[in-house]
Design a protein around this ligand. Sequence first.
Ligand code: EPZ
Length: 423
Amino acid sequence: MDQIIVTGNGPLSGQIPIAGAKNACLTLMPATLLSEEPLTLTNAPRLSDIRTMTTLLQSLGAEVQALQDGQVLAMSSHDLTSVRADYDIVRKMRASILVLGPLLARFGHAEVSLPGGCAIGARPVDLHLKAFEAMGAELDLREGYVHAKAPAGGLRGGIVEFPFVSVGATENALMAATLAKGTTVLKNAAREPEIVDLAQCLRKMGAQIDGEGTSEITIQGVDTLGGATHRVVTDRIELGTYMLAPAICGGEVECLGGRIDLLAAFCEKLDAAGISVEETPNGLKVARKNGRVSAVDVTTEPFPGFPTDLQAQMMALLCTAGGTSVLEEKIFENRFMHAPELIRMGAKIDVHGGTATVTGVDHLRGAPVMATDLRASVSLILAGLAAEGDTIVSRVYHLDRGYEHVVRKLESVGAKIERVSGQ
Ligand code: EPZ
Protein backbone atom coordinates (compact mmCIF):
# COMPACT_ATOMS: atom_id res chain seq x y z
CA MET A 1 0.00 0.00 0.00
CA ASP A 2 1.22 3.49 -0.84
CA GLN A 3 2.50 5.87 1.82
CA ILE A 4 2.80 9.65 1.90
CA ILE A 5 5.85 11.22 3.52
CA VAL A 6 5.49 14.82 4.73
CA THR A 7 8.36 16.85 6.14
CA GLY A 8 7.83 20.10 8.01
CA ASN A 9 9.17 22.71 5.65
CA GLY A 10 8.07 26.14 6.89
CA PRO A 11 5.56 28.62 5.43
CA LEU A 12 3.57 27.93 2.25
CA SER A 13 2.91 30.29 -0.60
CA GLY A 14 0.95 30.13 -3.85
CA GLN A 15 -2.43 29.02 -5.22
CA ILE A 16 -4.38 25.77 -4.89
CA PRO A 17 -7.28 25.02 -7.27
CA ILE A 18 -10.32 23.55 -5.50
CA ALA A 19 -12.17 20.74 -7.31
CA GLY A 20 -15.86 19.97 -7.64
CA ALA A 21 -17.56 18.57 -4.55
CA LYS A 22 -17.34 14.81 -3.99
CA ASN A 23 -20.50 14.86 -1.90
CA ALA A 24 -22.42 16.82 -4.52
CA CYS A 25 -21.23 14.59 -7.37
CA LEU A 26 -22.20 11.43 -5.46
CA THR A 27 -25.83 12.55 -5.37
CA LEU A 28 -25.90 14.23 -8.79
CA MET A 29 -24.75 11.02 -10.52
CA PRO A 30 -27.68 8.85 -9.34
CA ALA A 31 -30.03 11.62 -10.55
CA THR A 32 -29.36 10.33 -14.08
CA LEU A 33 -31.53 7.31 -13.18
CA LEU A 34 -34.57 9.59 -12.99
CA SER A 35 -34.61 10.36 -16.71
CA GLU A 36 -34.28 8.73 -20.14
CA GLU A 37 -32.44 11.83 -21.37
CA PRO A 38 -28.68 12.42 -21.01
CA LEU A 39 -27.32 14.13 -17.89
CA THR A 40 -23.84 15.66 -18.17
CA LEU A 41 -21.86 16.87 -15.16
CA THR A 42 -18.92 19.25 -15.53
CA ASN A 43 -16.28 20.17 -12.90
CA ALA A 44 -16.51 16.60 -11.61
CA PRO A 45 -13.69 15.62 -9.19
CA ARG A 46 -11.30 12.78 -10.14
CA LEU A 47 -11.73 10.48 -7.11
CA SER A 48 -12.04 6.78 -6.38
CA ASP A 49 -15.52 7.33 -4.91
CA ILE A 50 -16.65 8.78 -8.26
CA ARG A 51 -15.23 5.74 -10.03
CA THR A 52 -17.13 3.49 -7.58
CA MET A 53 -20.40 5.30 -8.30
CA THR A 54 -19.64 5.01 -12.03
CA THR A 55 -19.23 1.24 -11.66
CA LEU A 56 -22.50 1.02 -9.73
CA LEU A 57 -24.48 2.99 -12.34
CA GLN A 58 -22.94 0.91 -15.14
CA SER A 59 -23.95 -2.28 -13.27
CA LEU A 60 -27.55 -1.06 -13.61
CA GLY A 61 -27.08 -0.60 -17.36
CA ALA A 62 -26.53 3.17 -17.33
CA GLU A 63 -23.95 4.67 -19.67
CA VAL A 64 -21.31 6.76 -17.89
CA GLN A 65 -18.46 8.23 -19.92
CA ALA A 66 -15.64 10.06 -18.15
CA LEU A 67 -14.40 12.74 -20.56
CA GLN A 68 -11.70 15.43 -20.33
CA ASP A 69 -9.60 13.42 -17.88
CA GLY A 70 -12.67 12.68 -15.75
CA GLN A 71 -13.80 16.26 -15.27
CA VAL A 72 -16.86 15.67 -17.44
CA LEU A 73 -19.26 12.80 -16.78
CA ALA A 74 -21.62 12.13 -19.71
CA MET A 75 -24.39 9.84 -18.46
CA SER A 76 -27.51 8.22 -19.88
CA SER A 77 -30.03 5.88 -18.25
CA HIS A 78 -32.11 5.40 -21.38
CA ASP A 79 -31.65 1.62 -21.40
CA LEU A 80 -31.31 0.37 -17.85
CA THR A 81 -31.01 -3.40 -17.47
CA SER A 82 -31.31 -3.83 -13.71
CA VAL A 83 -32.75 -2.23 -10.58
CA ARG A 84 -30.52 -4.24 -8.23
CA ALA A 85 -27.47 -2.63 -6.57
CA ASP A 86 -25.19 -5.44 -5.45
CA TYR A 87 -23.53 -5.67 -2.05
CA ASP A 88 -20.03 -6.04 -3.51
CA ILE A 89 -20.24 -2.48 -4.86
CA VAL A 90 -22.47 -0.90 -2.20
CA ARG A 91 -20.25 -2.09 0.67
CA LYS A 92 -17.37 -0.01 -0.75
CA MET A 93 -19.28 3.24 -0.52
CA ARG A 94 -22.33 4.16 1.55
CA ALA A 95 -23.47 6.80 -0.91
CA SER A 96 -24.55 3.89 -3.14
CA ILE A 97 -27.84 3.96 -1.22
CA LEU A 98 -28.63 7.12 -3.23
CA VAL A 99 -29.65 5.01 -6.25
CA LEU A 100 -32.65 3.69 -4.28
CA GLY A 101 -34.84 6.80 -4.48
CA PRO A 102 -34.39 7.38 -8.22
CA LEU A 103 -34.90 3.68 -9.13
CA LEU A 104 -38.02 3.44 -6.97
CA ALA A 105 -39.45 6.67 -8.39
CA ARG A 106 -38.87 5.87 -12.06
CA PHE A 107 -39.37 2.07 -12.16
CA GLY A 108 -41.60 1.43 -9.13
CA HIS A 109 -39.26 -1.12 -7.57
CA ALA A 110 -35.62 -1.58 -6.59
CA GLU A 111 -33.32 -3.91 -4.65
CA VAL A 112 -30.42 -2.14 -3.00
CA SER A 113 -27.97 -3.72 -0.58
CA LEU A 114 -27.86 -2.14 2.85
CA PRO A 115 -24.57 -0.23 2.88
CA GLY A 116 -23.35 -1.38 6.26
CA GLY A 117 -21.42 0.84 8.62
CA CYS A 118 -18.00 2.35 8.25
CA ALA A 119 -15.12 3.43 10.47
CA ILE A 120 -16.87 6.57 11.73
CA GLY A 121 -20.13 4.94 12.75
CA ALA A 122 -22.99 2.51 12.21
CA ARG A 123 -24.62 4.95 9.78
CA PRO A 124 -28.04 3.34 9.40
CA VAL A 125 -30.41 4.31 6.57
CA ASP A 126 -33.71 4.17 8.49
CA LEU A 127 -34.54 7.79 7.68
CA HIS A 128 -34.17 7.08 3.96
CA LEU A 129 -36.61 4.15 4.24
CA LYS A 130 -39.14 6.08 6.36
CA ALA A 131 -39.17 8.82 3.72
CA PHE A 132 -40.04 6.33 0.98
CA GLU A 133 -42.79 4.80 3.19
CA ALA A 134 -44.26 8.29 3.57
CA MET A 135 -44.52 8.29 -0.24
CA GLY A 136 -46.44 5.01 -0.23
CA ALA A 137 -43.57 2.57 -0.80
CA GLU A 138 -43.48 -0.90 0.78
CA LEU A 139 -40.05 -1.87 2.05
CA ASP A 140 -38.88 -5.36 2.95
CA LEU A 141 -35.40 -6.07 4.37
CA ARG A 142 -34.24 -9.54 3.25
CA GLU A 143 -30.72 -11.08 3.11
CA GLY A 144 -29.08 -7.70 3.59
CA TYR A 145 -31.04 -6.03 0.80
CA VAL A 146 -33.79 -3.43 0.83
CA HIS A 147 -36.58 -4.65 -1.47
CA ALA A 148 -38.60 -1.55 -2.24
CA LYS A 149 -41.94 -1.42 -4.09
CA ALA A 150 -43.96 1.64 -5.01
CA PRO A 151 -47.81 1.59 -5.15
CA ALA A 152 -49.32 0.48 -8.48
CA GLY A 153 -49.67 4.07 -9.71
CA GLY A 154 -46.19 5.02 -8.56
CA LEU A 155 -44.96 6.92 -5.49
CA ARG A 156 -47.41 9.37 -3.99
CA GLY A 157 -46.50 12.79 -2.62
CA GLY A 158 -46.46 12.90 1.16
CA ILE A 159 -45.22 14.72 4.26
CA VAL A 160 -41.75 13.54 5.36
CA GLU A 161 -40.80 14.71 8.87
CA PHE A 162 -37.13 13.92 9.58
CA PRO A 163 -36.59 13.46 13.38
CA PHE A 164 -33.07 14.81 12.88
CA VAL A 165 -31.14 16.19 9.94
CA SER A 166 -29.79 13.66 7.45
CA VAL A 167 -27.99 14.78 4.29
CA GLY A 168 -28.37 11.48 2.44
CA ALA A 169 -31.99 10.89 3.44
CA THR A 170 -32.88 14.42 2.30
CA GLU A 171 -31.15 13.78 -1.06
CA ASN A 172 -32.80 10.38 -1.56
CA ALA A 173 -36.25 11.70 -0.68
CA LEU A 174 -35.79 14.82 -2.81
CA MET A 175 -34.91 12.76 -5.89
CA ALA A 176 -37.78 10.29 -5.34
CA ALA A 177 -40.31 13.09 -4.81
CA THR A 178 -39.59 14.67 -8.22
CA LEU A 179 -41.57 11.86 -9.93
CA ALA A 180 -44.11 11.12 -7.14
CA LYS A 181 -47.77 11.88 -7.89
CA GLY A 182 -48.70 15.10 -6.08
CA THR A 183 -46.88 17.26 -3.56
CA THR A 184 -44.15 16.16 -1.14
CA VAL A 185 -42.93 18.28 1.77
CA LEU A 186 -39.60 17.46 3.44
CA LYS A 187 -39.56 18.88 7.00
CA ASN A 188 -36.31 19.28 8.97
CA ALA A 189 -34.49 18.77 5.68
CA ALA A 190 -30.71 19.13 5.50
CA ARG A 191 -29.57 22.55 4.21
CA GLU A 192 -26.09 21.64 2.89
CA PRO A 193 -24.83 23.36 -0.31
CA GLU A 194 -24.70 19.92 -1.95
CA ILE A 195 -28.48 19.67 -1.55
CA VAL A 196 -28.95 23.11 -3.08
CA ASP A 197 -26.73 21.96 -5.97
CA LEU A 198 -28.82 18.79 -6.44
CA ALA A 199 -32.07 20.77 -6.43
CA GLN A 200 -30.70 23.18 -9.02
CA CYS A 201 -29.70 20.28 -11.27
CA LEU A 202 -33.08 18.55 -10.85
CA ARG A 203 -34.83 21.82 -11.70
CA LYS A 204 -32.82 22.00 -14.95
CA MET A 205 -34.17 18.48 -15.65
CA GLY A 206 -37.74 19.78 -15.21
CA ALA A 207 -38.38 19.11 -11.52
CA GLN A 208 -40.58 21.52 -9.54
CA ILE A 209 -38.80 22.24 -6.26
CA ASP A 210 -39.03 25.09 -3.73
CA GLY A 211 -37.15 25.78 -0.51
CA GLU A 212 -33.83 24.00 -1.02
CA GLY A 213 -31.26 25.38 1.43
CA THR A 214 -33.97 25.82 4.07
CA SER A 215 -35.25 23.15 6.45
CA GLU A 216 -38.49 22.74 4.47
CA ILE A 217 -38.42 21.66 0.82
CA THR A 218 -41.61 21.33 -1.27
CA ILE A 219 -41.65 19.23 -4.43
CA GLN A 220 -44.49 19.07 -6.97
CA GLY A 221 -44.15 15.72 -8.76
CA VAL A 222 -43.98 15.63 -12.58
CA ASP A 223 -44.56 12.72 -15.00
CA THR A 224 -41.08 12.66 -16.54
CA LEU A 225 -37.77 14.51 -16.28
CA GLY A 226 -35.56 15.59 -19.14
CA GLY A 227 -31.81 15.86 -19.52
CA ALA A 228 -29.45 18.63 -18.39
CA THR A 229 -25.87 19.79 -18.19
CA HIS A 230 -24.79 20.85 -14.70
CA ARG A 231 -21.55 22.13 -13.16
CA VAL A 232 -20.75 20.47 -9.82
CA VAL A 233 -20.46 23.00 -6.98
CA THR A 234 -17.03 23.68 -5.42
CA ASP A 235 -15.99 21.17 -2.74
CA ARG A 236 -16.29 23.09 0.54
CA ILE A 237 -14.55 20.32 2.49
CA GLU A 238 -11.53 20.23 0.19
CA LEU A 239 -11.60 24.05 0.39
CA GLY A 240 -11.57 24.07 4.19
CA THR A 241 -8.86 21.44 4.25
CA TYR A 242 -6.46 23.50 2.12
CA MET A 243 -7.35 26.70 3.99
CA LEU A 244 -5.89 25.01 7.06
CA ALA A 245 -2.53 24.38 5.40
CA PRO A 246 -1.18 27.97 5.70
CA ALA A 247 -3.01 28.23 9.03
CA ILE A 248 -1.00 25.31 10.38
CA CYS A 249 2.47 26.10 8.99
CA GLY A 250 2.33 29.78 8.13
CA GLY A 251 2.55 31.67 4.85
CA GLU A 252 -0.28 32.65 2.54
CA VAL A 253 -2.28 30.47 0.11
CA GLU A 254 -5.07 31.44 -2.30
CA CYS A 255 -7.68 28.69 -2.74
CA LEU A 256 -9.01 29.15 -6.28
CA GLY A 257 -12.78 28.80 -6.58
CA GLY A 258 -13.29 29.13 -2.82
CA ARG A 259 -16.45 30.88 -1.60
CA ILE A 260 -17.06 32.14 1.95
CA ASP A 261 -20.80 31.34 1.79
CA LEU A 262 -19.94 27.62 1.60
CA LEU A 263 -18.06 27.71 4.92
CA ALA A 264 -19.23 30.69 7.00
CA ALA A 265 -19.18 28.90 10.38
CA PHE A 266 -15.74 27.41 9.64
CA CYS A 267 -14.36 30.83 8.62
CA GLU A 268 -15.67 32.36 11.85
CA LYS A 269 -13.67 29.78 13.83
CA LEU A 270 -10.57 30.47 11.74
CA ASP A 271 -10.95 34.18 12.47
CA ALA A 272 -11.25 33.46 16.22
CA ALA A 273 -8.10 31.31 15.99
CA GLY A 274 -6.16 34.19 14.43
CA ILE A 275 -6.33 33.18 10.77
CA SER A 276 -7.21 35.81 8.16
CA VAL A 277 -9.51 34.91 5.26
CA GLU A 278 -9.79 37.43 2.43
CA GLU A 279 -12.15 37.16 -0.54
CA THR A 280 -10.34 37.72 -3.86
CA PRO A 281 -11.68 37.76 -7.44
CA ASN A 282 -10.38 34.16 -7.81
CA GLY A 283 -11.28 32.65 -4.44
CA LEU A 284 -10.14 32.91 -0.83
CA LYS A 285 -6.70 34.05 0.38
CA VAL A 286 -5.72 32.58 3.77
CA ALA A 287 -2.85 33.56 6.08
CA ARG A 288 -1.98 33.38 9.74
CA LYS A 289 -2.46 36.91 11.14
CA ASN A 290 0.51 36.95 13.50
CA GLY A 291 2.33 34.63 15.87
CA ARG A 292 0.65 31.63 17.38
CA VAL A 293 -2.79 30.25 16.58
CA SER A 294 -5.32 30.76 19.42
CA ALA A 295 -7.31 27.92 20.96
CA VAL A 296 -11.01 27.82 20.01
CA ASP A 297 -13.91 25.52 20.90
CA VAL A 298 -15.72 23.71 18.06
CA THR A 299 -19.03 21.84 17.94
CA THR A 300 -20.00 20.04 14.74
CA GLU A 301 -23.54 20.63 13.47
CA PRO A 302 -25.57 20.24 10.28
CA PHE A 303 -25.15 23.12 7.80
CA PRO A 304 -24.89 26.07 8.36
CA GLY A 305 -23.02 24.96 11.50
CA PHE A 306 -19.39 23.80 11.66
CA PRO A 307 -19.05 20.79 9.29
CA THR A 308 -18.23 17.41 10.81
CA ASP A 309 -16.10 16.70 7.72
CA LEU A 310 -13.66 19.44 8.85
CA GLN A 311 -13.47 18.42 12.51
CA ALA A 312 -10.38 16.21 12.12
CA GLN A 313 -8.54 18.85 10.09
CA MET A 314 -9.40 21.58 12.62
CA MET A 315 -8.09 19.37 15.43
CA ALA A 316 -4.73 19.20 13.65
CA LEU A 317 -4.58 23.02 13.70
CA LEU A 318 -5.53 23.23 17.37
CA CYS A 319 -2.82 20.75 18.43
CA THR A 320 -0.26 23.59 18.34
CA ALA A 321 -2.60 26.45 19.36
CA GLY A 322 -1.90 28.52 22.47
CA GLY A 323 -4.32 27.20 25.09
CA THR A 324 -6.94 24.46 25.38
CA SER A 325 -9.64 23.75 22.78
CA VAL A 326 -12.74 21.57 23.23
CA LEU A 327 -14.10 19.80 20.15
CA GLU A 328 -17.56 18.24 20.31
CA GLU A 329 -18.49 15.75 17.55
CA LYS A 330 -22.30 15.75 17.44
CA ILE A 331 -22.92 14.06 14.08
CA PHE A 332 -21.06 10.73 14.19
CA GLU A 333 -20.42 8.44 17.13
CA ASN A 334 -16.81 7.54 16.41
CA ARG A 335 -15.05 10.32 14.57
CA PHE A 336 -11.93 10.89 16.69
CA MET A 337 -9.76 8.10 15.29
CA HIS A 338 -7.22 10.67 14.14
CA ALA A 339 -6.60 11.63 17.82
CA PRO A 340 -4.39 8.61 18.75
CA GLU A 341 -2.36 9.20 15.58
CA LEU A 342 -1.90 12.90 16.37
CA ILE A 343 -0.87 11.90 19.92
CA ARG A 344 1.90 9.79 18.33
CA MET A 345 3.15 13.08 16.90
CA GLY A 346 3.27 14.67 20.35
CA ALA A 347 -0.21 16.18 20.54
CA LYS A 348 -2.00 16.38 23.90
CA ILE A 349 -5.60 15.20 23.35
CA ASP A 350 -8.07 13.70 25.82
CA VAL A 351 -11.08 11.98 24.25
CA HIS A 352 -14.18 11.22 26.30
CA GLY A 353 -17.14 10.01 24.24
CA GLY A 354 -18.03 12.71 21.73
CA THR A 355 -15.73 15.33 23.26
CA ALA A 356 -12.01 15.84 22.60
CA THR A 357 -9.99 18.29 24.70
CA VAL A 358 -6.85 19.51 22.93
CA THR A 359 -4.08 21.20 24.92
CA GLY A 360 -1.80 23.04 22.51
CA VAL A 361 1.90 22.10 22.45
CA ASP A 362 4.75 24.19 21.01
CA HIS A 363 5.33 21.86 18.08
CA LEU A 364 4.55 18.37 16.79
CA ARG A 365 7.16 15.81 15.84
CA GLY A 366 6.99 13.68 12.70
CA ALA A 367 6.16 9.97 13.22
CA PRO A 368 4.81 6.96 11.31
CA VAL A 369 0.98 7.24 11.51
CA MET A 370 -1.99 5.40 10.02
CA ALA A 371 -4.94 6.82 8.14
CA THR A 372 -8.24 5.38 9.38
CA ASP A 373 -10.84 7.25 7.33
CA LEU A 374 -10.96 9.90 4.66
CA ARG A 375 -10.89 13.07 6.72
CA ALA A 376 -8.64 11.64 9.46
CA SER A 377 -6.05 10.83 6.78
CA VAL A 378 -5.80 14.40 5.57
CA SER A 379 -5.63 15.78 9.13
CA LEU A 380 -2.43 13.73 9.60
CA ILE A 381 -0.96 15.27 6.46
CA LEU A 382 -1.83 18.76 7.70
CA ALA A 383 -0.18 18.00 11.04
CA GLY A 384 2.87 16.68 9.18
CA LEU A 385 3.23 20.00 7.33
CA ALA A 386 4.04 21.72 10.64
CA ALA A 387 5.80 18.86 12.45
CA GLU A 388 9.55 18.64 12.93
CA GLY A 389 10.93 15.79 10.82
CA ASP A 390 9.16 13.21 8.68
CA THR A 391 5.57 12.03 9.07
CA ILE A 392 4.90 8.80 7.21
CA VAL A 393 1.17 8.28 6.58
CA SER A 394 0.14 4.73 5.64
CA ARG A 395 -3.20 3.42 4.22
CA VAL A 396 -3.46 6.51 2.01
CA TYR A 397 -6.09 4.78 -0.14
CA HIS A 398 -8.52 6.53 2.23
CA LEU A 399 -7.24 9.84 0.86
CA ASP A 400 -7.83 8.87 -2.76
CA ARG A 401 -11.56 8.65 -2.01
CA GLY A 402 -11.90 12.38 -1.43
CA TYR A 403 -8.81 14.34 -2.45
CA GLU A 404 -7.52 14.53 -6.01
CA HIS A 405 -3.77 15.14 -6.45
CA VAL A 406 -3.21 16.07 -2.80
CA VAL A 407 0.60 15.69 -3.09
CA ARG A 408 0.77 17.81 -6.26
CA LYS A 409 -1.49 20.51 -4.79
CA LEU A 410 0.51 20.85 -1.57
CA GLU A 411 3.89 20.56 -3.36
CA SER A 412 2.84 23.45 -5.61
CA VAL A 413 2.70 25.80 -2.61
CA GLY A 414 6.04 24.69 -1.16
CA ALA A 415 5.25 21.67 1.00
CA LYS A 416 7.87 18.93 1.23
CA ILE A 417 5.67 15.91 0.47
CA GLU A 418 5.96 12.78 -1.66
CA ARG A 419 4.00 9.60 -2.31
CA VAL A 420 5.93 6.34 -2.27
CA SER A 421 4.46 3.14 -3.65
CA GLY A 422 3.83 0.54 -0.97
CA GLN A 423 5.61 -2.79 -0.50
C1 EPZ B 1 -23.11 12.83 4.24
O1 EPZ B 1 -23.19 11.52 4.78
C2 EPZ B 1 -21.69 12.97 3.71
N1 EPZ B 1 -21.45 11.97 2.67
C3 EPZ B 1 -20.70 12.78 4.86
O2 EPZ B 1 -19.39 13.01 4.33
C4 EPZ B 1 -20.99 13.85 5.92
O3 EPZ B 1 -20.12 13.65 7.01
C5 EPZ B 1 -22.46 13.73 6.38
O4 EPZ B 1 -23.34 13.83 5.25
C6 EPZ B 1 -22.84 14.81 7.39
O5 EPZ B 1 -22.64 16.07 6.82
C7 EPZ B 1 -21.94 12.17 1.43
O6 EPZ B 1 -22.58 13.16 1.15
C8 EPZ B 1 -21.63 11.11 0.42
P1 EPZ B 1 -26.20 11.94 7.38
P2 EPZ B 1 -24.63 10.91 5.22
O7 EPZ B 1 -27.28 11.09 6.81
O8 EPZ B 1 -25.67 11.41 4.28
C9 EPZ B 1 -27.33 9.30 11.15
C10 EPZ B 1 -17.13 12.57 3.92
O9 EPZ B 1 -16.16 12.56 4.67
N2 EPZ B 1 -28.34 8.70 10.26
O10 EPZ B 1 -26.37 13.43 7.39
O11 EPZ B 1 -24.47 9.47 5.41
C11 EPZ B 1 -25.91 8.99 10.70
O12 EPZ B 1 -25.48 7.77 11.21
C12 EPZ B 1 -18.44 11.93 4.36
O13 EPZ B 1 -17.16 13.10 2.78
C13 EPZ B 1 -29.26 7.80 10.79
O14 EPZ B 1 -29.24 7.49 11.98
O15 EPZ B 1 -24.82 11.62 6.64
C14 EPZ B 1 -25.14 10.16 11.26
O16 EPZ B 1 -24.84 9.89 12.61
C15 EPZ B 1 -18.33 11.26 5.72
N3 EPZ B 1 -30.20 7.27 9.96
C16 EPZ B 1 -26.13 11.32 11.18
O17 EPZ B 1 -27.43 10.72 11.06
C17 EPZ B 1 -30.28 7.59 8.65
O18 EPZ B 1 -31.18 7.09 7.94
C18 EPZ B 1 -25.93 12.24 9.98
O19 EPZ B 1 -25.86 11.39 8.85
C19 EPZ B 1 -29.33 8.51 8.12
C20 EPZ B 1 -28.38 9.05 8.94
